[in-house]
Design a protein around this ligand. Structure first.
Ligand code: ATP
Length: 602
């Protein structure tokens, strides 16, 4: 036990190196409240000592008054002390309420501050992190505990400070009864210290070990309660399947947690019983001394108060220590998460970005494999897209078309080769500047629960209402929006009151309008017509040419009727460009494209 306690105390001390960062965090989030909190802590820590100190004169004066027959003259000193006693008790109550109020302010601010840091980091780091389960585990731990850990940390810190102040004073009160008294008091709590540290470590290890399972319960919960999955769940009758999977997992997690709680409760009871034994023995000893006349009744009362309070203090001090330790373990998770560094970085001195694209985009012998992927998606891939042209990328599923877009936006950097804009490596430009030059309709665009106007306006936050309507018209979304009761101000999505649900094709047009709104020189549309009916597709393509005028446009599509309208078509297969040319050229060539066309015509 001693080795364990020593070892864990050592570990706690190492973990506590994060305390300054934690305090800085609280200070940054709530300066004023943190200062007020610190002052109140000190005052509140000293008050109990005052009341314990008054116990002895109070009891002795009451005894004296009783002996003197209870005259006013003899009672007055006892009354004065009683009034002081009452004032201290009242002040303690007042400060306790004030502290609760201050802590609420402080913890709310700290909580929001930490959440903002997590949000900032999640938005900043590479897309590659989102490909790793370990990242989701870390995010889960950082996020699920962020709501209460900072508060717990502050509370345990405040508890430790306060209890230490009071305990030091209590030990000073007890020391005159014999040096063995403070030693006995501290020694009686050693088992409790062991229990607290062991439980904290076990709880933390359990938390880390079960994070993937905990995430899985969240996932099942999402499957069972979300709009996106509601239809399939009903049609395939999957509700029960996922419910039992959820229940089985929860049963296991709950069982393990309850087992931990049970051993914790038993350990606490055993440790508490030992402390009580020590307290009882000391009291018996002191009572015997009082009977023998070695100490006064006031001394006995003072001893009893101080010893009992001391035991209580040490116990809550241990609890605080345990909480502080587990909060600092959590802070380890949080700071680990916050320390994640993006690898797709801005260069030290970015090159000025060309305002208009002069020569175009060029992939020079690019090889790229996703982190953790089994094989390169693109290998030795070269392709030139001249400025101002409309090109189509076609190819089988999984050929790497969307990956091409991700590399162009620098969501990832290639493992080998270069992606160039006007002959310059993309890695030489500022990321923000580069991305501002590109607008993309992603294959699975986001359906924002916001108004129709806002859904489009998110493409360019400086755009006017007229710009938004023009973009909607160009995307064929204007009429859809005007049919809504609230027009551009109508909320989309069914999650909130008065929200309107749109069809997949209608949502796609809204997203297209968002992409159009950003007047970027590079326009990328990933499957823009996949959800369009053939009539809408034909009409849209006619309009698209004039819209793309002066821009470099890349159309990724499986619809050859869309692809054929491009100036140039590139067929991607096997991680490379398999063939290139206009629609007619490719048909004459009789390759992959011609075969697909013939099959579609059949
Ligand atoms: P589709 O026509 O189906 O949209 P695509 O040509 O756009 O396909 P990509 O999305 O670029 O294909 O994917 C190319 C390959 O890369 C696929 O085999 C896919 O499994 C793999 N892949 C895509 N994203 C990731 C990722 N984040 N991590 C690992 N592999 C990925």
């Amino acid at each position: 036990m001693f080795t364990f306690v020593a070892q864990k105390l050592g570990q706690s001390a190492t973990e506590l190196r994060r305390l300054p960062s934690a305090l800085r965090l609280a200070w940054d989030a709530a300066k004023l409240w943190t200062a007020a909190w610190a002052v109140l802590l000190v005052v509140q820590g000293l008050l109990p000592v005052g009341s314990v100190y008054l116990t002895r004169p109070l009891v002795n004066r009451v005894m004296a008054a009783v002996k003197a027959g209870g005259s006013w003259e003899s009672v007055r000193p006892a009354v004065t002390i009683a009034i002081l006693f009452a004032a201290i008790t009242l002040l303690t109550e007042l400060l306790r309420s004030a502290l609760v109020w201050i802590r609420t302010h402080q913890s709310e601010l700290v909580q929001d501050h930490i959440t903002a840091m997590i949000h900032r980091k999640s938005a900043e780091i590479d897309l590659a992190f989102y490909d790793s389960p370990d990242f989701y585990d870390r995010l889960h731990r950082a996020r699920s505990e962020a709501s209460y850990r900072p508060v717990q940390l502050l509370e345990s810190l405040s508890g430790i400070l306060q209890n230490c102040i009071t305990l030091a004073a209590m030990l000073a009160v007890l020391a005159p009864f014999g040096l063995w008294v403070p030693v006995a008091l501290l020694a009686s709590t050693l088992p409790a210290l062991y229990v607290v540290l062991r439980n904290t470590v076990r709880q933390h290890e359990w938390n880390v070990r079960t994070t993937p399972d905990q995430r899985l319960t969240w996932y099942y919960d999402w499957l069972l309660t979300s709009h996106e999955t509601a239809s399939e769940l009903r049609l395939f009758g999957l509700g029960e399947t996922f419910q039992s999977a959820y229940n089985a997992l929860r049963r296991r997690l709950r069982g393990e947690k309850l087992e931990l709680a049970q051993s914790q409760a038993l350990g606490q009871f055993a440790a508490g019983a030992m402390a009580l034994l020590a307290g009882g023995a000391s009291l018996l000893w002191m009572t015997w001394r009082a009977i023998r006349g070695f100490i006064t009744l006031g001394d006995l009362a003072l001893f009893q108060q101080a010893f009992q309070q001391g035991l209580g203090l040490v116990r809550s001090l241990l609890e605080n220590l345990g909480q502080l330790y587990s909060s600092s373990l959590f802070l380890g998770n949080l700071f680990d998460f916050l320390a994640l560094k993006p690898t797709v970085l801005d260069p030290a001195s970015p090159r000025p970005m060309p305002r208009a694209i002069e020569s175009g985009i060029h992939f020079e012998r690019v090889t790229f494999q996703y982190p953790g992927g089994r094989a390169p998606v693109l290998s030795d891939f070269s392709l030139t897209i001249p400025a101002g042209r409309i090109v189509s990328l076609v190819g089988p599923n999984g050929a790497g078309k969307s990956t091409f877009v991700k590399l162009l936006c620098r969501f990832y950097d290639p493992n080998a080769g270069r992606v160039e804009l006007d002959g310059m490596d993309l890695r030489g430009f500022s990321l923000e500047e580069l991305r501002r030059r590109i607008t993309v309709l992603f294959q699975e665009p986001v359906r924002y629960n916001a108004t129709a106007g806002e859904n489009i306006g998110l493409g360019d936050r400086g755009a006017s209402g007229m710009d938004i309507e023009a973009a909607a018209t160009a995307a064929g979304a204007d009429q859809i929006i005007r049919r809504l009761p609230g027009g551009y101000g109508n909320l989309l999505g069914k999650s909130y009151v008065d929200g309107a649900e749109l069809s997949t094709g209608e949502w796609q047009r809204i997203a297209l309008a968002r992409a159009f709104l950003r007047r970027a020189p590079i326009l990328i549309l990933d499957e823009p017509t996949s959800a369009m009916d053939p009539w809408a597709e034909a009409e849209w393509i006619d309009r698209f040419r004039s819209l793309a005028e002066g821009r470099t446009a890349i159309l990724i599509t499986h619809r050859l009727t869309t692809a054929m309208r491009a100036d140039e078509i590139h067929v991607i297969a096997g991680g490379r460009v398999a063939e290139s040319g206009s629609h007619e050229e490719l048909l004459r060539r009789g390759g992959l494209y011609a075969q697909s066309w013939a099959r579609a015509a059949e």
